[in-house]
Design a protein around this ligand. Structure first.
Ligand code: PMP
Length: 415
């Protein structure tokens, strides 16, 4: 053990990563289900001075609405475990499909106004497996992929042997059109993009992208991972908000962010879903999501559809937080979404500010460094939620002002 050249390679690669200030460190956090977004910090966190059992307020969670700690969602999981046991018992095609799986797929299809839906073990797998399956179906596919697409989409596109990929500049419709126009007319084309981009917090023009798709005979594949649960009627996403969900061929989402549980899915035509169910490797050859997870997700989706107060409160809280940042002179990237990136611009500094937020102020905000974002654009990515109080916001703004060296003579505004 340890003698193979591979291990030497690992040691030197990790050393490089450390030198570049982008070594990833786990911070063990125990979520307090009854006091979200308060967590307890435990374990041996090397970078933090005093740690165990200390309360911290989390500002980087992707359980945007707190659905993962919602009592009805938690109870649904417990009831399903008692009734059906802890695991699914098989892959979806071999003994692993429960009535809950079928009910959740129908619910998601209905949410997006599509004929059918298909669950995957995660949002990552839903993108990777679906794109790979679609792009290896007929010969000659060309996938037009937004430059900032998520790693899971890139994995699916790259894994599609025989298909070609044309990257268009991020959210740049002119570039997309030029590239569509330059492609062979009769090649099958797919435009793969996201609605809310999670790092810059910007939002695609879905209507205009669909118009281009129609003009050039392309299909559309939209990742709404950071939008479902938050945007549009019933939390159905940006495509639905913009009234164009029917123009998007395939809408993909996660159950792990706005819905607070776990799992991924795609929705689309009955034929497409039937095809993916029959050929997508990442769907077929893995054990189904456990019934407890599916039951919790189903409870969450139904609750989110019915009750808009959480998403309304989330956006009100985001506005309040921005107001406080502005009043205190703390720089942030203005975005049309719920994501509030705080630019830092240097990996070491970003990591250091994050470390001090945690150790000195009990505030958890992860540093976002290269390769997640380009070098020089390192940032803290904050996601205020419906349960961040005024006092929590004041604490975060004051700490940021200190650590970023913003003059402290301004007063925070109770926006
Ligand atoms: N798509 C995007 C845009 C994402 O940001 C993520 C997760 N960070 C995923 C897909 C994968 O979703 P999941 O976490 O459910 O695997």
């Amino acid at each position: 053990m340890g003698g193979h050249p591979f291990y030497r390679f690992c040691r030197s690669a990790l050393e490089d990563i450390r030198k570049q200030g982008r070594y990833r460190q786990f911070t063990p956090l125990a979520r307090q289900a009854d006091r979200f977004p308060v967590y307890e910090q435990g374990g041996d966190v090397q970078a933090v001075a005093a740690a165990d059992g200390r309360e911290v307020v989390v500002w980087s969670a992707n359980d945007y609405l707190g659905m993962g700690v919602e009592p009805a969602v938690v109870e649904a999981a417990i009831a399903a475990i008692r009734e059906h046991g802890a695991g699914a018992g098989g892959t979806r095609n071999i003994a692993g499909t429960s009535p809950l799986h079928a009910a959740l797929e129908a619910e998601l299809a209905d949410l997006h106004g599509k004929e059918a839906g298909l669950l995957f073990v995660s949002g990552y797998v839903s993108n990777q497996a679906s794109l790979q399956a679609i792009l290896t179906s007929m010969p000659g596919w060309i996938c037009f992929s937004d430059r900032q697409n998520h790693a899971s989409m890139i994995a699916g596109i790259k894994g599609a042997r025989g298909a070609s990929c044309v990257i268009f500049e991020h959210n740049d419709l002119a570039d997309l059109e030029a590239k569509l126009a330059a492609a062979p007319k009769d090649a099958p084309k797919l435009i793969a993009f996201e609605s809310v981009y999670s790092m810059d917090g910007d939002i695609a023009d879905i209507a205009a992208t669909c118009a281009l798709a129609r003009k050039y005979g392309a299909m559309t594949y939209l990742d709404e991972v950071h939008a479902v649960g938050l945007y549009g009627p019933e939390g159905a996403g940006v495509a639905r908000r913009d009234g164009v969900a029917d123009q998007v061929d395939i809408i993909e989402g996660t159950l792990a962010k706005g819905f607070g549980v776990h799992g991924g899915y795609v929705t689309g035509s009955a034929e497409l879903i039937d095809y993916l169910r029959s050929v997508a490797s990442g769907f077929i050859f893995t054990t189904a999501l456990p019934p407890s997870v599916v039951a919790a997700a189903l409870a969450s989706v139904r609750l989110v559809r019915r009750e808009s107060w959480r998403r309304e409160r989330l956006f009100a809280r985001v506005a309040a937080f921005r107001g406080r940042l502005r009043a205190a002179g703390v720089p942030f990237m203005e975005t049309p979404s719920h994501i509030v990136p705080i630019p830092v611009g240097d990996a070491d500094r970003c990591t250091e500010i994050s470390r001090r937020l945690l150790s000195e102020y009990g505030l958890y905000a992860t540093p976002i460094n290269y390769p997640t974002v380009p070098r020089g654009t390192e940032r803290l990515r904050l996601t205020p939620g419906p349960f961040h109080t005024d006092a929590m916001m004041d604490d975060m703004v004051a700490a940021l002002a200190r650590l970023l060296g913003v003059s402290a003579d301004r007063h925070t505004e109770a926006a």
